[in-house]
Ligand binder design. Structure first.
Ligand SMILES: Nc1ncnc2c1ncn2[C@@H]1O[C@H](COP(=O)(O)OP(=O)(O)OP(=O)(O)O)[C@@H](O)[C@H]1O
Ligand SMILES: [Mg+2]
Length: 316
């Protein structure tokens, strides 16, 4: 959606001041798209505006959100130019078509100690390298929901890459989220930080653990999925709008209904799958070896590679 005629925020609509804008948001009309498709009656009920004023606001929102068409050729050029972050291992990069891509969400799931967090640390370092040299030349927003962020690991990987560990750590903005509310807020308020600090990677490690702990039992499953859904959608929008990469980790649960093959499925199931661009399944091999499987990619064949987790980070 392109924003035209200077209408970028709800407040820019004719007749909508800060108070009406807040009322609209509170009633769920929190984007121009939603207002553009609203009925005048619903809008005036939410804000107390006259039906006529509501219609004017809707028309302006419609104009501001007209669909923009892109040619296939242009889309192809754009995809070729997508930024990529080096994973540290050549085979792994190739499996991903060049590395972890910007403008999308890459999800890693697997059991404990599978290497999901370690990949997050590796990306935190490599994203800071210049474009074309394995990075996106930007900094990191790291949402730690499990208390497993380890600055020592970042330092060790940075040193091995010939970077100044102190400088690398200074470019990582850490949020320790203790509940889902803090986790959701950290993303809802990220926009300013992204602009000011040139954030090019958002890590959420892990995306599901707090949701799983707070929404217990079948009765709460719906609410959990809805919240998770909107959280992941927001992440996806940030990735697209700011040309940044999102990396999320996820645990697995045993799926007793599955009789053959690997009985593990990622938590959040389809909710996460619909928003995730690339899904990776991490499995432990012998010693420091890990097997990474690529699943559900929209443009790459399924495949596997073997990586090693070392003190110096991820290696082939
Ligand atoms: N300094 C290090 N040197 C070498 N290997 C390390 C080092 N630190 C951690 N590892 C390896 O990484 C493993 C932990 O991986 P990681 O923390 O990424 O797991 P995870 O997939 O995030 O698991 P969880 O679901 O528990 O968060 C350890 O078991 C160890 O094998
Ligand atoms: Mg972890």
């Amino acid at each position: 959606m392109a924003k035209e005629k200077g209408v970028k925020e709800i407040e820019d609509l004719p007749g909508i001041g800060p108070t009406s804008a807040q009322k609209l948001r509170d009633a769920g009309f929190d984007t121009l798209d939603k207002i553009a498709t609203a009925l005048p009656g619903a809008l005036s009920e939410a804000t107390g505006l006259s039906a006529e004023a509501a219609k004017k606001a809707i028309d302006a929102a419609k104009e501001a959100t007209t669909l923009q068409f892109e040619t296939g050729a242009h889309a192809s050029e754009r995809r070729k130019g997508l930024g990529r972050i080096d994973t540290g291992a050549k085979d792994f990069n190739e499996l991903l078509g060049g590395g972890v891509e910007a403008q999308g969400i890459t999800e890693a799931y697997g059991r404990f100690a599978a290497g999901k967090s370690q990949l997050g640390f590796e990306l935190c370092v490599n994203v800071q390298k210049p474009v074309g040299k394995g990075g996106l030349g930007g900094s990191v927003l790291f949402i730690d929901t499990e208390g497993t962020f380890r600055p020592e690991r970042i330092e060790a990987i940075a040193k091995a890459e010939g970077l100044d560990p102190k400088e690398v750590l200074e470019n990582i903005f850490l949020v320790r989220a203790l509940n889902t509310e803090q986790q959701i807020l950290a993303i809802e308020r990220a926009e300013k930080l992204i602009r000011e600090k040139n954030i090019k990677l958002i890590v959420v490690d892990s995306i599901t653990s707090l949701f799983r702990a707070e929404f217990l039992g079948r009765g709460m499953l719906n609410e959990r999925q809805q919240k998770l859904n909107s959280h992941v959608d927001k992440l996806k929008k940030l990735a697209e709008q700011h040309d940044l990469a999102v990396y999320i980790t996820n645990q697995v649960m045993d799926n007793p209904g599955m009789l053959f093959g690997d009985p593990t499925t990622p938590i959040g199931g389809n909710i996460l799958a619909h928003a995730t661009t690339t899904r990776l399944y991490f499995r432990k091999g012998k010693e420091e070896k890990r097997i990474v499987k690529l699943l559900d990619s929209p443009d790459r064949p399924e495949g596997e590679c073997v990586i090693k987790i070392t003190t110096e980070g991820i290696k082939g």
